[in-house]
Design a protein around this ligand. Structure first.
Ligand code: NAG
Length: 402
């Protein structure tokens, strides 16, 4: 009898502990996504007139993956009205120490010629571990791909602990924890670059210039660089085929190019840019920051040019300004889709996770970790997707678009 009672007591304790643990996990889960789920795609699309209307095949209904969308935090998006005065005041401080480095990232793998053929650099935020994992194991995988040596880094700033998380009284404790976590992640995967600036949307420009400086210092022999967001799907095979005909010693920057975009002058907009900050009626041509590719030559020239351009709070426009300084224009390519494809949750009627849609593209923007996984396995598994166009990309000659 007593024995049985004790057993019941044990069971009860287990139950209580289990419940407490679940509660804790649940609370952590909720507090884990410090960034807002601001309508990034919409906001960005609204930034300027879209130069081309991007219509793609109307797919049939079904957005089964929507439930997973909430699991993956969004990359930084503007959280409130932008403090331009503060920005202008702090603008001259544009050098921050590197807290976690990967100095050997671009060592070759023994083969002559050294340097990687393709360096994949992905903007990420500390909390977005799940997407980093998805990228690592899908399109961002390191090693030889179709004979090309591929390397990968994630670009991070210090997560803004204080303020963004209401359950956190002090920000410094949480920052120390984040740093310890990122150190551990870096030891495991050797792909984390962490700089000492706040990881906010309007600091993405800092990320850009720090990455360019890092890559030209630590990766001087890289042939091509793909730079993108963690919420994109990139078709590595298509990209490599496209690059095969290009010379890394020549200037090249290809992406989803926006021309004649006008700065938003409506104060209420998250992308509001006062005339005092940018006086001209239109931005220089720029490639959407969701994903673009550049040659090693352009990388090194851009690192120099960007160091001389005044900071501008929108990173891809800033890069356009650097290009303009070099008198280069980015090259548009229809297979780079970093704007204009709404997230599945915003447009459930668009089947952005149809593998046939991705088959002929290089970059598509706005995916959750689950979408990235699914797409990768649908595209790379056998027998591969059954598409209306019979020709799979991996075999046969390469084709852009339909
Ligand atoms: C950028 O990072 C710096 C350094 O951490 C910080 O002082 C500044 O407020 C950040 N700027 C923006 C616009 O978030």
């Amino acid at each position: 009898m007593r024995w049985r009672l004790r057993l019941r007591g044990d069971a009860l304790l287990t139950l209580i502990l289990g419940a407490a643990l679940s509660l804790l996990l649940y609370a952590q889960r909720d507090g884990r996504a410090p960034t807002t789920r601001a309508p990034r795609a919409q906001g960005r699309a609204a930034r300027g007139p879209t130069p081309r209307l991007r219509v793609f095949q109307a797919p049939d209904e079904g957005a089964a993956l929507q439930v997973y969308e909430e699991d993956t935090p969004e990359p930084p998006t503007p959280t409130g009205p932008f403090d331009f005065r503060g920005y202008l005041r702090a603008k001259d401080q544009r050098r921050f120490p590197l807290l976690i480095n990967q100095p050997h990232k671009c060592r070759g793998d023994g083969a002559p010629g050294a340097g990687p053929d393709l360096l994949i650099a992905v903007k990420s935020v500390a909390a977005d571990f799940e997407r980093r994992q998805a990228v690592r194991q899908t399109w961002g995988a390191e090693g030889r791909v179709q004979g090309a040596l591929v390397r990968r880094v994630f670009l991070l700033g210090v997560p803004k602990g204080a303020g963004s998380d209401p359950t956190e009284a002090e920000g410094t404790g949480s920052q120390a924890r984040w740093r310890a976590l990122l150190r551990a992640e870096s030891r495991t995967y050797t792909d984390i670059l962490l700089w000492a600036f706040d990881d906010t949307f309007f600091n993405l420009t800092l990320k850009e210039i720090h990455f360019l400086a890092w890559a030209s210092a630590y990766c001087p022999n890289v042939r091509f660089v793909f730079k993108g967001d963690a919420d994109v799907f990139m078709h590595v095979g298509n990209l490599l085929e496209f690059l095969a005909a290009r010379d890394p010693a020549q200037d090249l920057l290809v992406g989803d190019v926006i021309v004649q975009a006008r700065p938003i002058r409506a104060r209420a907009s998250k992308y509001y840019i006062p005339e005092a900050v940018y006086g001209l009626p239109a931005y220089p041509a720029y490639a959407g920051g969701g994903g673009f590719v550049l040659s090693g030559a352009t990388l090194r020239r851009l690192a120099g040019a960007c160091a001389q351009v005044e900071l501008f709070p929108i990173d891809d426009v800033f890069l356009g300004m650097c290009l303009q300084r070099l008198r280069l224009t980015p090259e548009p390519h229809p297979a780079f889709r970093t704007f204009g494809i709404p997230q599945p949750s915003a447009a459930p009627h668009l089947r952005t996770f149809d593998p046939c849609f991705y088959r002929e593209l290089v970059v598509v923007h706005g995916l959750s970790a689950a979408d990235i996984w699914l797409m990768w396995h649908l595209l790379h598994g056998s027998p591969g997707p059954a598409c209306a166009h019979p020709q799979p990309v991996a075999a046969g000659p390469f084709q852009w678009g339909p």
